[in-house]
Design a protein around this ligand. Sequence first.
Ligand code: SF4
Length: 81
Amino acid sequence: MDGRIRCSVSNCHYWKQDNMCGASQIMVTSDTLAQAKPDSFDAPQASVASPTPAARCEETCCKTFVKKGSDKTHMDNVQRM
Ligand code: SF4
């Protein structure tokens, strides 16, 4: 995934210089699903997630975000590349 996902959320554990996402995989979903599911529900479980249509980009988010320095960096089973 490195080099294909551009992201400006610079305080994310997976963020890299020049606004690159360095996560092995990410899950983009609706804000509603992101708020309903625990941190452990992420890209590795995406194949079993119900589709979540959105009307506007403002209704979507990156569920893989983990705050840099957080103790939750290994809860989602996503790797930093
Ligand atoms: S995991 Fe999401 S929030 Fe974090 S750098 Fe990648 S795209 Fe951005």
